[in-house]
Design a protein around this ligand. Structure first.
Ligand code: PRP
Ligand code: URA
Length: 209
């Protein structure tokens, strides 16, 4: 079974509260999503291997660790996952970025795929799948299935807010995938929105409502 990590940190909780606030405008919302992505990235990359190199400081020469050449990829689920890319790249600038496009059919709540373009060597990369919202879990499960079909073997999912239903569906469908979220909320409502949640993440990031 993969790890499920609800990251506990006062900075994260503070930022999630501002995200929830309906008075938070598009500019600040985008900045907060990016900052939370950075903090989640910090947690989700704890197990990256390092190796010592020699470095000359102004004082002396010493051995000091650097990341040891693991190849990384980010795959945001369009649209809302795009909001997390800049924050992740600020931490791991060498990562390549693929894209997978899914939207939820608003009646069935099932995901419909419309786009997928991944780095050619995705099979050799540690992949971070990004989506702010894990609601029913349908989008994340489907995106990860498609990414695995293209050869990826090492996958983590990073999200801002999860519903218990989505966490369970994702970890049941992909038990090998570690899940990192900033907040676990109470439930889904009758139309598949997370309660209390933050509303429609894509619309709030891109100002489309
Ligand atoms: C939202 C969100 C997730 C999905 C989560 O996207 O960004 O991708 O819903 O819901 P689920 O866990 O029930 O699948 P949406 O389908 O609204 O598309 P958008 O990002 O293009 O707005
Ligand atoms: N997608 C969103 O953007 N928000 C939710 O609460 C559920 C799905």
């Amino acid at each position: 079974m993969g790890k499920i990590m609800v990251v506990e940190h006062p900075l994260l909780k503070h930022k999630v509260t501002h995200l929830r606030d309906q008075a938070t405008g598009t500019k600040e919302f985008k900045e907060l999503v990016s900052e939370i992505a950075m903090l989640l990235c910090y947690e989700a990359t704890r197990d990256l291997p390092t190796e010592d190199v020699e470095v000359v400081t102004p004082i002396c020469t010493c051995k000091s660790p650097v990341l040891s050449g693991r190849k990384l990829a980010l795959v945001p689920i369009l649209r809302a996952g795009l909001g997390m890319v800049d924050g992740m790249l600020a931490m791991i600038p060498a990562a390549k970025v693929g894209h997978i496009g899914l939207y939820r059919n608003e009646e069935t709540l099932e995901p419909v795929e419309y786009y997928c373009k991944l780095p050619a060597d995705i099979a050799e990369r540690d992949v971070f799948v990004l989506d702010p919202m894990l609601a029913t879990g349908g989008s994340a499960v489907d995106a990860i299935t498609q990414i695995k079909k293209r050869g990826a073997k090492s996958i983590k999912f990073l999200g801002l807010i999860a519903a218990p239903e989505g966490l369970k569906r994702l970890s049941d469908a992909h038990p090998d995938v570690d899940i990192y979220v900033a907040q676990l909320d109470e439930r889904l409502n009758e139309v598949g929105y997370i309660v209390p949640g933050l509303g429609d993440a894509g619309d709030r990031i891109f100002g489309t409502k």
